[in-house]
Design a protein around this ligand. Structure first.
Ligand SMILES: Cc1cc2nc3c(=O)[nH]c(=O)nc-3n(C[C@H](O)[C@H](O)[C@H](O)COP(=O)(O)O)c2cc1C
Length: 444
């Protein structure tokens, strides 16, 4: 991608923030899990920061250890985004939807309705859902991976075909002639796959962007193929610039293999900033959040460093002897960073506060540290933008928008305002209506 400005997406989950104890943080209403008003407020702040989209992960079930932790997802992503759509104007709205446990007609209908309601701002993060606990919620055993991915291909293709089942000028709505729509321009899709099928048409006309944008996140070689064929936005899971570059290239290659232009895929690296007036303040914010969970993470930290670590050492650094034998675990890509931080002499509690077990890199310190991280990755060709995951939404989104965004703007690597109105505009994604004619149809 030749675009010289990065694109940002905001992770929106349970109403508290991405740290599991954000629900207990100072100033946070512990009832935010069920507050659509709070979600709307966070969305509006992200829009003030000119974010291209909000991204709502989803898992159909209860995953958290709710004794102390809040579930990490919103109550229901489409409902949340419907509330947000009515209270925002420009920001894109991306929800995760399972191809394994939802019929393509339902997915197509809900996402298209959101797209119309939001005037062309909807996106669908299509996931196969790989947890047996989710399958059990639908009375099923988890299907094999090849079956799940075959169904995913069929589901996405049928949904896209349904989205295109009204020609773009099919809706006449002319009071004078009395013609509401032109039935000649509203066609059945008649698609029959091995797993799913639909006759169509959908009862919904096109939106301002035609139809929703497809997103993809993770999923190995199978996920790469899904992204290469259908996605315009991809969220990676990367911990180093080199790895991010390689992942981004792999997605671009997958798009080329599918006969698409690699620039049609925007690759986002995750970032989970820890921001404070000083590095110590940023660490203290995380230390306070991890008050009840830090001890339980020590054994895992040990496994990342190839050491046996005990929670009794939480407020001490690694000993010289431990440092001498510590080695990064080959099983966790975050391990080299954990070792690097440990070698700086921090206590175990502070090592954890550096976010070394978080699921995306964590720049720690003043806002400029986060801005520097993002600039370095972006300019190294590691990504086209970032999926920003905030520790505590209540004050953290404002901090990012008020302190990091202006730095990126001053440096000329982030826009000052939206230059379009739809999610497709924000991603510089090409127009698409119905199925992509460049892709072969594997369902009919
Ligand atoms: C940044 C990111 C976000 C993800 N969000 C979700 C999600 O919300 N729901 C989900 O079921 N899987 C999510 N995943 C997981 C992948 O979509 C994929 O299902 C997983 O890698 C397992 O792939 P498999 O089906 O090939 O085993 C996410 C992955 C990444 C990297």
């Amino acid at each position: 991608m030749t675009n010289h400005q990065m694109i940002l997406g905001m992770h929106l989950g349970n109403g508290y923030g991405s740290q599991s104890s954000a629900w207990r943080a100072p100033g946070v209403d512990p009832a935010n899990y069920s507050s659509f008003d709070a979600q709307v407020r966070y969305a509006q702040t992200a829009e003030r920061g000119k974010f291209a989209f909000l991204f709502l992960p989803d898992f159909p079930g209860l995953q958290a250890d709710v004794d102390h932790e809040a579930p990490s997802m919103t109550l229901e992503p489409m409902m949340t985004l419907a509330a947000i759509a009515r209270a925002t104007e420009r920001i894109g709205l991306v929800a995760t939807g399972s191809t394994s446990f939802t019929e393509p007609f339902n997915l197509a209908r809900q996402f298209k309705a959101l797209d119309v309601m939001s005037h062309g701002r909807a996106g669908w993060n299509a996931v196969t859902t790989s947890d047996p606990a989710a399958a059990a919620n639908f009375g099923q055993a988890l299907a094999s991976r090849p079956d799940r991915y075959q169904r995913a291909h069929e589901t996405i293709q049928i949904a896209q075909a349904l989205w295109g089942s009204w020609e773009q000028d099919a809706w006449i709505k002319d009071k004078k002639t009395g013609r509401f729509a032109d039935p000649e321009k509203i066609q059945a899709v008649n698609m029959q796959g091995g797993h799913v099928a639909s006759r169509g048409p959908l009862p919904i006309p096109p939106s301002e962007q035609g139809q929703p944008v497809i997103f993809s996140a993770g999923g190995g070689a199978n996920g790469l193929e899904i992204a290469g064929r259908y996605a315009n936005g991809v969220i990676g899971a990367t911990f180093t610039i080199d790895d991010a570059r390689a992942q981004r290239q792999a997605y671009r290659d997958a798009a080329a293999t599918a006969g698409r232009n690699p620039d049609e895929i925007t690759f986002f690296a995750g970032v989970m900033p820890a921001i404070g007036k000083t590095k110590r303040a940023a660490l203290d914010r995380r230390v306070q959040l991890a008050e009840l969970t830090a001890a339980s993470r020590v054994p895992y930290l040990g496994s990342m460093l190839n050491l046996h670590l005990d929670p009794s050492q939480l407020d001490e650094p690694l000993t010289a002897q431990q440092l001498a034998v510590a080695a990064p675990s080959p099983f966790d890509p975050r391990s080299p960073r954990a070792l690097e931080v440990a070698r700086e002499g921090w206590t175990l509690r502070d090592i954890l506060a550096h976010g070394v077990i978080d699921y995306h890199p964590t720049p720690v310190g003043e806002a400029s540290v986060t801005a520097d991280h993002m600039q370095e990755w972006f300019e190294a060709g590691a990504c086209d933008g970032f999926w920003v995951s905030i520790d505590v939404n209540e004050d953290g989104i404002d901090t990012f928008v008020d302190e990091v965004v202006p730095l990126l703007q001053e440096r000329g690597i982030y826009h000052h305002d939206y230059d379009g109105t739809t999610l497709r505009d924000h991603l510089h994604a090409p127009a698409q209506y119905g199925l992509d004619p460049r892709l072969g149809d594997s369902t009919s």
